[in-house]
Ligand binder design. Sequence first.
Ligand code: IYR
Length: 227
Amino acid sequence: MTSPTLLNGYPFVSYHPETYPPDEVRQRAVTFYTDLDQRRSVRDFSDQPVLRYVVETLIRTASTAPSGANKQPWTFCAVSDPGLKRQIRLEAELEEYTNYHGRMSDEWLAALRPLATDWRKPFLETAPWLLVVFAQATGPQKQKHYYVNESVGLACGLLLAAIHQAGLVALTHTPSPMNFLKNLLNRPGPERPFLLIPIGYPAAECLVPDIQRKTLDEVAVFFEATV
Ligand code: IYR
């Protein structure tokens, strides 16, 4: 038997991910982009159920995200209990009512006008699942976690891609302040709510704002090797 490779005294294993010739890489990149470009944030949900197994698998995908020092500083609370969903809706709407009636600046309210959002959040009861993502400042034995926002943000990005790929829709909802979620879901001290993500099927009549993504030129700057 060959002995394992040790670096700094820790085991390393060989890694051979699938690779492809350049033409196929190009095609795969375009195909994935074309699919992900169809993803939209949705506020009109159907109440059609989604299997717990599907939600578990979406969470597993999110949890494959890279994280600072591999601490995986996230907890996903999956809520389908109607009583708890109602409580979450009521508390979110309480905060959002105050936000939309004085707590948000005029500039902020103007920025939201094209999205036609308001304090009402019926989707928090309609969607079959609410995923409440928590960020952990430390581990169970008070071990420090690193780059927590970046790590949990990455996990949420993968989660949204997985939801879309499965043929479901979601909203990245940020009721603010969102500490009520920590109390309702009994999360321990070092955890703070990060995002509230309703997941489900779109309603038969589902409207999304007719807004555009920035162009490549608007979002990218290249510093190329000269040939
Ligand atoms: N959290 C509020 C307001 C809101 C804020 C932003 I920035 C958005 O992109 C959308 C909404 C709400 O959920 O209505």
